[in-house]
Design a protein around this ligand. Structure first.
Ligand code: HEM
Length: 523
């Protein structure tokens, strides 16, 4: 170790001296020298990262790390490869006392699957690490990525916009979109397996867009398509940047095609959202509606944009940029997660006809066998359906991990982790932990109806994240999913085969293809 430190120190001193030594009397530096200096610096860095002293009591290191790049090279490849790799890391973590170390470049990442340690990290490390800030010029001020001091104030301001009373006013919109989905799927019924994701994504996006922006947009609208494509591409580019460490440096990223593409797509989102905000302001001003907002009943849909404009108007707390980035974050965080959750639910109930039948019977009972719209009173009564949703999200949490950082050391059960590291809590791993019992890998919705079959702490169901910085849209998501499922189940029998399920991961995990879902008309 001492030898290592000495070698590194000598190399660094030599490299620095060669780079900075006065050259007035010497000939101009030629490219050969420059290359040799740079190579020397790289070797020094490599040696440093190789010999860098690890604390005596460090968690086990995931196998295969290399100097300079750490484990970065293992993440390269397509989205299937990425998920296979992540799953292997999680399995290694579960087998090694639920805490391991990895390196991205020379930066330490600690992967956790221990329930108590995960909760400690979730509650005490509220700051998001640098990888989240790759999204800064799109979502920077939004709740998901913003700095913790801003987050604390803004989360308090926005929490009321997601309370049950407000969300109940969205049920009419959830129904409208669910009915549209049912009719657009009619052509697939009885025609064998098909990919359902392309139906679900624009449908849920329309719901999210309308409840957030309030504009009358339908799912075939050109704006919505452009918005969806831009959001999709942005999420893909963020993941690409995370995987390839040379793209981490902002000045290099700016020069790449990906960097330019990112800026282009960010501008598209910005232009769409800014114009929606400006139009809405004009409309509301003309109708003098901001004043009437507080009197609004649960029946009328008051979009989140109006609530934010109201906050800006009355309390002068949010400016237009804040509002824009909050809205884009909410739509971005809402639609793909919810559509992916729905896809997994359909695959699972399509593979378990008995469970699907129980859901259908419960639904018919709640609706008194009537062919009527779902309302806000029906949703809480769909208890078995909620168990199915939770059990699906336990086995396949669409966002399979979250990351945090802290500028102070973090004390866990068996280790104290150094400040400024990145902590990755694997929600997928947490949900496959032995605390769920010997049947942890099986799909058993009934476990949610029997507290004895659940972990003692209900927070260990973490599909919507853990601790204080959890998902603000949890209830929104569950209500939208329940409404959509209610309409689908009443019209169709779903068939699928879980054995064929293969996963891939960009930011979310999702089926490689939804080709194995088929529908049979119930009427
Ligand atoms: C099944 C659906 C959903 C799942 C599985 C889900 C999951 C999550 C997870 C795991 C996080 C933490 C992410 C992180 O820290 O990296 C999160 C945060 C967030 N989600 Fe969701 N989400 C869902 C639906 C929604 C919906 C419908 C909305 C909005 C309408 C939403 C808005 C947000 C926002 C704004 C955050 C950031 C919260 C903060 O930091 O204060 N999500 N979600």
């Amino acid at each position: 170790m001492v030898l290592g430190v000495l070698i590194v120190a000598c190399c660094v001193v030599f490299a620095v001296w060669r780079l900075v030594k006065p050259r007035s009397a010497s000939p101009p530096m030629n490219s050969e020298k420059l290359v040799s200096d740079l190579s020397l610096s790289c070797i020094a860095l490599a040696l440093w990262s190789w010999f860098k002293p690890r604390s005596v009591k460090s968690p086990p290191m995931y196998p295969g790390w290399l100097p300079l790049i750490g484990h970065g090279y293992q993440l390269m490849g397509d989205e299937r490869h990425f998920w296979k790799r992540e799953k292997r890391v999680v399995e290694f973590c579960l087998q090694n006392n639920d805490l391991i170390e990895m390196r991205l470049g020379s930066h330490s990442l600690f992967v956790l699957t221990d329930p108590e340690d995960s909760l400690t990290v979730a509650n005490n490390c509220l700051e998001k690490p640098y990888i989240y800030h790759y999204a800064d010029n799109v979502y920077g001020r939004g709740l998901l990525t913003t700095k913790v001091d801003i987050w604390k104030t803004h989360r308090k301001l926005l929490n009321p916009a997601f309370n049950p009373h407000v969300l109940q006013s969205f049920v009419g919109e959830y129904c409208r979109q669910a009915k549209r989905l049912v009719s657009s799927l009619a052509s697939e019924a009885g025609n064998g397996p098909f990919d359902i994701q392309p139906y679900l994504v624009p449908n849920v996006l329309t719901t999210a867009y309308r409840t957030t922006f309030g504009t009358k947009v339908d799912e075939n609208s050109e704006t919505l398509k452009i918005y969806e494509e831009a959001t999709d591409k942005i999420l893909m580019l963020i993941l690409e940047r995370t995987k390839y460490i040379w793209l981490h440096l902002p000045f290099i990223y700016k020069l790449t095609t990906s960097g330019r593409e990112f800026d282009k797509r960010a501008k598209i989102l910005k232009d769409i959202t800014e114009s929606v905000i400006a139009n809405r302001k004009l409309q509301l001003k003309a109708a003098n509606q901001l004043d009437k907002l507080e009197e609004s009943t649960t029946e009328g849909l008051v979009p989140l944009l109006d609530r934010m404009l109201d906050l800006a108007d009355k309390q002068n707390v949010l400016n237009d940029d804040d509002i824009k980035e909050h809205l884009d974050t909410i739509v971005g965080a809402a639609y793909d997660t919810t559509a992916t959750a729905l896809t997994f639910i359909l695959i699972l109930i399509g593979s378990h006809p008995d469970i699907q039948e129980k859901m259908y019977q419960e639904l018919q009972k709640v609706l008194d066998d009537e062919d009527r719209d779902i309302n806000k009173h029906d949703l809480p009564q769909l208890v078995y359906m909620e168990a199915v949703i939770k059990e699906t999200l336990r086995l396949y949490p669409p966002a399979p991990r979250f990351a945090r950082t802290s500028n102070i050391d973090v004390k866990l059960k068996n280790y104290t982790l150094p400040a400024n590291s990145t902590y990755i809590v694997s929600l997928y791993g947490l949900h496959r932990h032995v605390m769920w019992g010997p049947d942890k890998d099986q799909f058993i919705p009934e476990r949610w109806l029997d507290p004895a079959r659940l972990p003692k702490n209900p927070n260990f169901f973490a599909a919507f994240c853990l601790g204080r910085r959890n998902c603000i849209g949890r209830l929104y998501g569950i209500m939208a999913i329940k409404t959509t499922l209610s309409y689908l189940l009443r019209h169709y029998r779903i068939l699928s085969d879980i054995e064929q399920l293969e996963l891939q991961c960009n930011v979310l995990i999702r089926p490689v293809s939804g080709h194995f879902i088929s529908l049979e008309s119930r009427v």
